[in-house]
Design a protein around this ligand. Sequence first.
Ligand code: C2E
Ligand code: MG
Ligand code: MG
Ligand code: MG
Length: 272
Amino acid sequence: CHVAFDPEMDAINREKRRIEHELRATLDAGAKQLKLQFQPLYTLPGETLLGVEALARWEHPELGNIRPDQFIPIAEETGMIREIGAWALRSACEAALHWPDIGISVNVSVLEFEDPNYVENVRTILHETGFDPGHLVLEVTETVMASGELSERILGELKELGVMIAIDDFGTGFSSLGRLRNLDVDIIKIDRIFIDQIDVSVRDRELVRAIIEFAHMAGMEATAEGVENASQLDCLRMIGCDNVQGFYYSRPIDAHLVDQLVLQRPIASGDR
Ligand code: C2E
Ligand code: MG
Ligand code: MG
Ligand code: MG
C-alpha cells in the first residue's frame, strides 16, 4: 500500500508544525504573545452581569492573530495545553481580582483534567492569586465524562475546593443524561448550534426547552451560548433559560473594557 503525495495535506502539516514550533517558542519566552479576552455573561430575565468567560488569544508578530480553534487542538496533541491551561487559569484569576462580585469562567481541556496533578495545580493557583474559588467556574466539555469514575472523582475534588463546574458546548458531545445526573455539575452551557435557529425552528426551541428543564430538574442552571439577536433572546427568556452569552450582548473584549462594565453595572436586580 502506498500513499500518494498530497500537496494540500503537505501544506496543512507544514502549517501545523509551524504553529507547534511557534507555540513552544512563545511558551518558553513567558507566553508574552498570549493574552486573554473576556466575554460577558448575563442573567435572565433581568440581564444583570453575571460574569465573564476567559478566552485565549494569540497575537503572533508575523502570522497575525491565531484563533484558539487553530492552536488549542495542536496544544492538545503536543501536551502544551497543560502549560496553556495553567497560564489561562492564573491570568484569569489575576485579572478577575479586580472584578468583585462577578464570576470568571475558564475553559479546561480534557487533557488537563486527566493530569493527575490537575486538582493540586488549581489549588495552588487559587492560593497564590488569592482568588475566591466561589467565583471561579471551570468549563469542561462532555468528553470529560467519558472517563467515568476518574471524572467523578476529579469533579468531586474540584467541588471540594469550592469552584463551580460547567459543561461547555452541551449537546455536541455524547454524555448520557444518566451519568450527568450523578455528576456534581452546576451549569449546562447549551451549544450555540441549538440557539442559532431557536427563533424560527419549533423543534430547536422545544429541544432547548427540554435541556433547560432537565438542567433544572438536576439542580443545575442553563446558559445559552451564541445569542446573536433579540428574537433568540426573547425565546430563551420565554422558555426559562437562566443565563445568556453571545455577540448580541458583547464579543469577547479586553480586560480594561471589563473594568468599565463592572463599574457601570447597575445594582443587582435580584435575579440570583
Ligand atoms: P467556547 O469555550 O465554547 O467559547 C465560546 C466561543 O464562541 C468563543 O470562540 C466565542 O468568541 C464564540 N462566541 C461567543 N458568542 C458568540 C456568538 O454570538 N456567535 C458566534 N458565532 N460565536 C460566539 P473563541 O474565542 O474563538 O474560542 C473557541 C474555543 O476555543 C472555545 O469555545 C474553547 O473551546 C477554546 N478555548 C478558548 N480559550 C481557551 C483556553 O484558555 N483553554 C482551552 N482549553 N480552550 C480554550
Ligand atoms: Mg467555554
Ligand atoms: Mg462553548
Ligand atoms: Mg467550544
